[in-house]
Design a protein around this ligand. Structure first.
Ligand SMILES: C[S@@+](CC[C@H](N)C(=O)[O-])C[C@H]1O[C@@H](n2cnc3c(N)ncnc32)[C@H](O)[C@@H]1O
Length: 355
């Protein structure tokens, strides 16, 4: 499987892949037999059980350590600075294949939080030789629920979602993005890497596996969604983030021995909390004359008045004229110039996993 497979390199693209006629035909046959509503509901209820069984079967053997992330992610998340260590939250950590390579490669963190739905995955992550209970908190949680980050007791600088959102029901994506928004500090960043639309694994699903558009059930009861960049962007923006980058990452996996040459497509995006507080303060000075005439209100609180993450005053209702305001695009230039150092992809071709 992995050893004889070769990656032909990754490249970044802004547009979704176009299907061939044959592939369109394959996708159509998936609709000939859909997962029943009853079964789909069962899968949702039993999501934790299916992931726990997955780790019971595979232990720590399934996913490969992501040493490729060290450079790419430390640059993208600004995690490398030794003099200013950051707090990291790894969501859906599995058995720690993302977190431990970062530690192994010498990145310093003030604190690491990592969580997963599967209690077995959490235990496996804790059994790693690099597990440091002083500096790490690894806990079981369902990131689609309220208060899922109750164990996180300090502001988080960076959160990562690596092939996690795809295993969650699309109705709950928004909740996950909002939970991340709430747990991150004012300058927090989320990094997402996940399956992209028309990835080879999506095309390979046979009839009987499709739950809904672009959402499928694997043989073992785990599920997978295949994203467009627009969907991911819209999702995070609707939860209050600003998109810094979001692209398709494509590569081919070639295995001459098994006569395999397949296109893998992933979506990778980086999203930041929109920091409006400073603009809210700046604009507090400007009171349009019309608004005053139309709607006399209580004196406007000073610049030091308490505000939430979005820059909104905690105890003041603005007159209608102040309410709608779009902040200037402060983030785009500095962040989008960060380098993309795409290297070999961690997921090896595996029949079982791709359904
Ligand atoms: C494809 S695995 C990826 C694991 C890890 N991020 C990696 O890349 O090695 C998806 C992980 O998401 C976890 N997961 C699925 N639904 C979740 C939820 N609602 N809350 C927290 N974790 C979840 C699963 O238990 C599983 O470990």
């Amino acid at each position: 499987m992995a050893d004889s497979s070769e990656s032909t390199g990754e490249y970044v693209s802004h547009v979704a892949r176009r299907l061939t006629e044959e592939e369109i035909g394959k996708m159509k046959t998936q609709n000939s037999r859909l997962v029943t509503e009853f079964r789909a509901n069962q899968l949702e209820q039993d999501a934790k059980k299916h992931w726990d069984l997955f780790y019971k079967r595979n232990d720590t053997r399934f996913f490969k350590d992501r040493h490729w992330t060290t450079r790419e992610f430390s640059e993208l998340l600004g995690l490398g600075a030794q003099e200013d260590p950051k707090v990291l939250l790894e969501v859906g950590c599995g058995v720690g294949n993302f977190v431990y390579p970062l530690v192994e490669d010498g990145l310093k963190f003030k604190r690491i939080f990592a969580c997963d739905l599967s209690p077995r995955a959490v235990e496996l992550t804790k059994s790693h030789v690099l597990y440091d209970p002083e500096n790490m908190r690894i806990f079981q949680t369902d990131v689609t629920t309220e208060d899922c980050f109750a164990d996180v007791d300090c502001p988080v600088n960076a959160a990562t979602l690596i092939f996690v959102l795809s295993s969650i029901h699309p109705d709950k994506f928004r909740r996950v993005a909002e939970n991340l928004y709430n747990v991150l500090d004012n300058k927090g960043v989320v990094l997402v890497r996940d399956y992209g639309r028309y990835d080879m694994a999506q095309l390979r699903f046979k009839p009987g596996h499709k739950i809904s558009e672009n959402f499928y059930m694997r043989q073992d009861g785990t599920r997978s969604y295949y994203f467009t960049t627009e969907e991911v962007t819209k999702l995070f923006e609707s939860a209050g983030f600003r998109t810094l980058t979001c692209d398709y990452v494509q590569r081919r996996t070639v295995n001459l021995k098994e006569n395999i040459d397949v296109a893998r497509i992933f979506v990778q995006g980086k999203f930041a909390i929109v920091l409006l507080a400073m603009f809210a303060v700046a604009f507090a000075e400007e009171k349009p004359a019309e608004a005053e005439k139309l709607e006399p209100v209580a004196p406007f609180p000073g610049p030091d008045a308490p505000r939430d993450k979005r820059g909104l005053l905690l105890s003041y209702s603005a007159p209608l004229t102040y309410a709608a305001h779009s902040a200037p695009l402060t983030y785009s230039s500095s962040y989008s110039s960060l380098p993309y150092a795409y290297r070999s992809f961690p997921y090896y071709y595996n029949n079982y996993y791709v359904g």
